[in-house]
Design a protein around this ligand. Structure first.
Ligand SMILES: Cc1cc2nc3c(=O)[nH]c(=O)nc-3n(C[C@H](O)[C@H](O)[C@H](O)COP(=O)(O)O)c2cc1C
Length: 396
């Protein structure tokens, strides 16, 4: 998504400027071309050499002493930009942009660019909550600027409150979302499920499975980055919320069933990557079960068949984790649950499936076409699945 994209990273005079170095590093590692512009105040906090070393590219600090490598005039960075990201954005730059002031290279670039602009404000809570800053931010949002953060937490002043620089992963997620706005899933509404449900035995114990949720979260992020409006219905996981995705938390299979049923009107695709329990304890005991000498027998009952029972005019994708007869079992599930696609993974392959960062999957469609993929990072598997979803949607 970021490969060869030209990102202008504006760094301003906030104490959070050092965090922009991590952002520049992560963007560069994803093969973006990062052109950094620093304000005069920003270089009081971090040296331009840091950004130069991280990005491998010249850093612009002065309007009239432009880096010779760029051989630029004051608007050429603006014209080449795929996206402009100001992170951190001070109250001062926000005020200047809202007023249309162009007294430094960063302001000139923002005024001159046709690229989308993302702001990641970072400042003291009182500065942020000040009605002047809020008015300026509203004005910029109304003009199409995208704002990520700030978040709440400990501030450099020692106070706690709203004003902290957003997480670098959320800023990158926002950049990907903005760059993907006109992707092949633009305007599509997609529901993704993820994680392993938890079926209570008593107040402290439950039956679950080894699903990490990584595949479902990767699908939600990839669909977002292709322009879709995504709802992620997730069982408990250790993963953080993907930015720009509506997240609904559930615990049990029954809760997931209700959440799916309640969110599928007018969707284009339902992708069920969650590992939903097939059985739950017939009775969840209200008090913690005491340890006794004899063994304990639990009676289990079937849970709702979400995939088989939800119907509608949308592309339906199921996942099947198999340890034997992969193709045969997957084809049977595809038929029985009336799916458009099934993504089957062989959990006996090392490095694939539950908990892993990669997956080796076979995708089968309704016509019986088979696509056996090699072991790939879950992000790449997500894009392969979405390629097929996009194709099916383009035909409908
Ligand atoms: C130690 C220190 C920390 C600062 N941190 C912030 C900050 O986090 N956010 C902010 O809006 N301003 C902060 N300021 C004030 C800005 O540096 C000041 O408004 C400056 O004019 C911003 O210039 P610029 O927007 O052109 O970079 C800080 C100032 C100092 C001295």
């Amino acid at each position: 998504m970021l490969s060869n994209k030209i990102v202008v990273l504006g760094v301003t005079g906030s104490i959070a400027a050092y965090k922009a170095a991590e952002l520049a590093s992560q963007l560069t590692q994803r093969d973006a071309k990062v052109n950094v512009i620093m304000t005069k105040e920003a270089i009081q906090f971090v040296s331009p050499i840091t950004f130069r070393a991280i990005t491998g590219r010249p850093v612009v600090t002065e309007m009239f002493e432009l880096a010779s490598e760029f051989s630029i005039e004051h608007v050429s960075l603006a014209e080449a930009a795929g996206i402009v990201v100001i992170a951190p954005a001070t109250a001062n730059i926000i005020a200047k942009l809202a007023a249309g002031i162009a007294d430094d290279m960063l302001c000139c670039t923002v005024l001159a660019t046709k690229a989308p602009v993302v702001l990641a404000p970072a400042m003291d809570v009182n500065m942020y909550e000040n009605v002047i800053t809020q008015d300026n931010l509203s004005k910029l949002k109304d003009r199409g600027f995208v704002v990520v953060g700030p978040v709440s937490g400990r501030l450099a002043s020692g106070k706690k409150g709203l004003g902290r620089f957003a997480d670098v992963s959320d800023i990158i997620g926002t950049i990907c979302q903005v760059l993907g706005r006109s992707g092949d899933l633009a305007q599509r509404r997609i529901v993704v499920t993820a994680g392993g449900t938890q079926e209570p035995i008593d107040p402290v114990r439950y039956i679950s499975n080894r699903s990490s949720g990584k595949m479902g979260y990767a699908l939600a992020e990839a669909a977002r980055d292709r322009g879709a409006k995504v709802t992620l219905i997730t069982a408990p996981t250790l993963l953080s919320h993907p930015v720009g995705v509506e997240v609904i938390h559930v615990g049990t299979a029954q809760e997931m069933y209700q959440a799916v049923k309640g969110n599928i009107s007018q969707i284009d695709a339902l992708i069920m990557a969650a590992a939903v329990a097939d059985y739950r304890p017939a009775k969840a005991v209200g008090e913690k079960i005491k340890k006794r000498e004899a063994g304990l027998t639990l009676e289990l009952e079937l849970t709702e068949d979400i995939l088989g029972s939800v119907k509608g005019d949308f592309v339906k994708v199921g996942f099947a984790a198999e340890s034997s007869n992969l193709e045969e079992n997957a084809r049977q599930k595809l038929r029985e649950k009336k799916l458009d696609l099934i993504v089957a993974n062989d959990i006996t392959v090392t490095g694939s499936g539950f908990g892993a960062d990669s997956n080796q999957v076979t995708i089968i469609d309704r016509e019986g076409r088979i696509d056996s993929l090699p072991l790939l990072p879950k992000q790449e598997v997500a894009d392969k699945v979405l390629d097929k979803v996009a194709k099916l949607l383009s035909k409908s």
